[in-house]
Design a protein around this ligand. Structure first.
Ligand code: CAA
Length: 240
């Protein structure tokens, strides 16, 4: 039986590349998304991967959404917590809503999704969870106290849950992407982005497929001894 994988924020950007990589690995993939219906419909038409809509920051909606997914395709074996948003601004200008939305989506989403799938993985003695962190959770970033805190939290979440899953065959790892060529990074003002790219030793933005490559490695059948780790994929921008 093909493994069942769910990728949050899986219909565009890094998430889309991850969905495609897991499909290419022979998994039955389902993509979650929260906002953009048009892009999700186009994604399903193009890839044949079903998309399910709910907001991962909403605990009840997430439990209900995962129940629907499991009724449609079977128990989830692989979870990729990729859904993430930015609300950049210096602390001086950041309001409480910008803080809460980012923490609740980026970090809270890992909790709501893990609550939905981890018990089943534990019972079945096999599971793979990959959480998408960020270079900015490792090193910090001007104008991102919310995002850096959430992503840094993801790295702690990963190491804690890895300890809980280990004896049940459930591995939990993180990837810390650097600056990747996506809509999120395109939203950074041009002059600011130019300075950031100038500090990347490889000399360019990363590609979403280069992050998906790391996910494919971590979720493989023979990756069972890799747990609690963080794989940095950032063109050498931050060596952690
Ligand atoms: N360090 C120190 N000072 C800095 C700085 C830095 N890195 N960046 C800006 N400043 C200074 C500026 O020089 C400026 O000072 P002066 O007024 O004395 O010239 C001051 O801070 C204000 O800078 P801005 O004009 O940029 O301020 P702003 O309020 O218009 O914008 C900002 C602030 C929204 C944070 C903007 O700088 C920005 O968008 N920065 C990029 C944030 C970023 O990298 N986000 C990543 C998004 S992608 C992502 O998150 C994916 C991932 O995982 C990697």
């Amino acid at each position: 039986m093909a493994r069942v994988a769910i990728v949050t924020g899986g219909t565009r950007g890094i998430g889309e590349a991850i969905s495609l990589a897991l499909q290419a690995q022979g998994m039955t993939v389902v993509a979650n998304y929260a906002g953009n219906d048009e892009r999700a419909t186009a994604f399903t038409e193009r890839t044949g991967i079903r998309a399910f809509k709910w907001d991962v920051s909403d605990y009840d909606a997430t439990q209900a959404g995962v129940a629907l997914v499991e009724a449609a395709v079977g128990p989830v074996d692989v979870l990729v917590n990729n859904a993430g948003i930015t609300r950049d601004g210096t602390l001086q200008r950041m309001d409480e809503q910008a803080w809460k939305e980012v923490i609740d989506t980026n970090l809270g989403g890992c909790f709501t999704m893990a609550k939905a799938v981890f018990p089943g993985m534990r019972d079945r003695k096999w599971g793979r969870i990959v959480n998408i962190g960020s270079i900015n959770g490792q090193a910090g970033q001007y104008g991102q106290v919310n995002y850096a805190a959430a992503k840094s939290g993801i790295h702690g979440f990963t190491k804690a849950l890895a300890q809980e899953g280990a004896r049940f065959g459930v591995t939990v790892n993180a990837i810390a992407p650097g600056y990747i060529d996506t809509d999120m990074v395109a939203a950074v003002p041009g002059d600011v982005l130019e300075k950031i790219v100038a500090r990347i030793p490889v000399g360019r933005l990363g590609q979403a497929a280069e992050i998906a490559r790391g996910v494919a490695f971590l979720v493989a059948e023979d990756a069972g001894f890799v747990t609690g780790s963080t794989l940095s994929i950032n063109g050498g921008q931050h060596m952690y």
